[in-house]
Write a protein that binds this ligand. Structure first.
Ligand code: NAI
Length: 377
């Protein structure tokens, strides 16, 4: 049984799907691990560290592998994947139609991290959550770094400096981590989310939950529902005074499979005071802030607007550590005794295995993707 670890090639991607500290666990399960050269460099792990942990390092890692693991979709391994190989990576179904069709033609089996179900048993395999946690922390640190003033209250002999006022929009995994981090730094934090449970979660972090007197929007699987245009306009109108009074705004709102909702317009940012900052974690998926650009800092009115790009990858060490643990837990689930010996043998009767599978032995099995592909033909 062999696992190959790809070197990531997407621009800005510094993470790696397996860290040396977990190689031993895979070997105990019965796997040989082969890593492409320099795969871990961006996350702080050189080839020697993998070799010391018991892995091989080879340009031909993919050859003969039962399973190929990566962070980004395995685009760079296409053409080298033999029929029967399995892949495990992020593979956003709605953005990867061509790739999924190619993987199917190649006869492989592909699992998408985005599709791991939100059930208790799958929490330790949920890379969306682990990476959102890293990204949320990073966004609070970016806001603190860009804001040219203290986050905490400072009472000094030379006078009292009031704390920074931080508003966080979207209080899922990333938003709650941004709230916790800003609180630890001493800011006064207020937050808003459309889900019913969010207000209590915001308060449990020590922040104030903003009440806009609007209906809550709970969707399936613990996610939010999309807003109507009318509700979106009302939400923006009622949020405006909170944005205007904030020193820093951090936005982390997402709706699964859709463009990020615009929560803050250019006109709202223009009401912010001198030196204010806006951190838009969702810039890559359309942006929660009108005018934000992924990977850039754009001035709007008095504010500097930071657009997130590969945000979790900006802390590639811990992000890789957590991602690799998610990968290991999924592989452990998919490793079973077959005829008395351990094998990579995913049980498709298992909800986690079945739900996260996009392509099975060359057939697209993720219903929405299949429907979209058939519609396109
Ligand atoms: P996400 O990344 O899809 O969205 C981020 C946040 O944006 C969500 O809290 C969502 O409600 C919010 N949002 C969407 N539209 C908004 C709008 N118009 N205005 C303000 N906020 C808006 O969600 P995430 O962070 O992945 O998790 C959402 C929920 O799922 C959380 O309650 C989390 O605790 C739960 N969860 C459960 C898991 C499990 O049971 N295995 C694993 C991970 C999360």
């Amino acid at each position: 049984m062999k696992i190959a670890v790809l070197r990531e090639t997407r621009e800005g991607e510094a993470r790696v799907a397996l860290v040396p500290g977990l190689v031993g666990k895979l070997r105990t399960l019965g796997y040989d691990v082969t890593v492409e050269p320099d795969a871990g460099l961006g996350a702080g792990h050189d080839d020697d560290a993998y070799v010391a942990a018991g892995a091989l390092v080879s340009r031909d890692a993919v050859v003969g592998a039962d399973l190929v693991v990566s962070v980004q979709p395995p685009t760079n391994a296409l053409g080298r994947l033999a029929a029967g190989t399995a892949t495990l990576s992020f593979l956003p179904p709605n953005q990867s139609m061509d790739l999924i069709a190619t993987l199917a033609t190649a006869g492989v089996t592909s699992f998408a991290m985005e599709l791991v179900p939100r059930i208790s048993r799958a929490q330790s395999m949920d890379a969306m959550s682990s990476q959102a946690l890293v990204a949320g922390y990073r966004c609070a640190i970016v806001a603190a770094e860009m804001l040219g003033r203290f986050f905490p209250l400072n009472m000094t002999a030379a006078g009292t400096v009031p704390p920074a006022r931080v508003v966080v929009l979207g209080a899922g995994v990333a938003g709650l981590q941004a709230i916790a981090t800003a609180k630890r730094l001493g800011a006064v934090v207020m937050a808003y989310d459309v889900r019913a449970a969010a207000a209590e979660e915001i308060r449990s972090m020590g922040a104030q939950a903003i009440d806009l007197q609007l209906d809550t929007l709970d969707g399936a699987g613990g996610y939010a529902r999309e807003m109507t245009q009318e509700r979106a306009a009302l939400q923006r109108e009622r949020l405006t005074p909170y944005i205007a009074a904030a020193d820093a705004v951090i936005t982390t709102a997402a709706v699964p499979g859709r463009k990020a909702p615009v929560l803050v317009t250019r006109a709202m940012v223009e009401q912010m005071g001198p030196g204010s900052v806006v951190v838009d974690m969702a810039a890559e998926t359309g942006g929660n802030v009108e005018g934000s650009v992924a990977g850039e800092v754009v001035p709007i009115g008095n504010a500097q607007v930071w657009g997130g790009s590969a945000v979790a990858s900006q802390m590639a060490g811990p992000a890789s550590q957590l991602y690799a643990q998610n990968v290991l837990n999924l592989i452990t689930l998919m490793t079973r005794e077959v005829d008395g010996t351990p094998a990579f043998a995913p049980d498709f009767e298992d909800e986690i295995v079945a739900t996260s599978c996009v392509v099975r032995a060359g057939s697209v099995v993720h219903e929405p993707t299949l429907a979209a592909l058939e519609g396109a033909n």
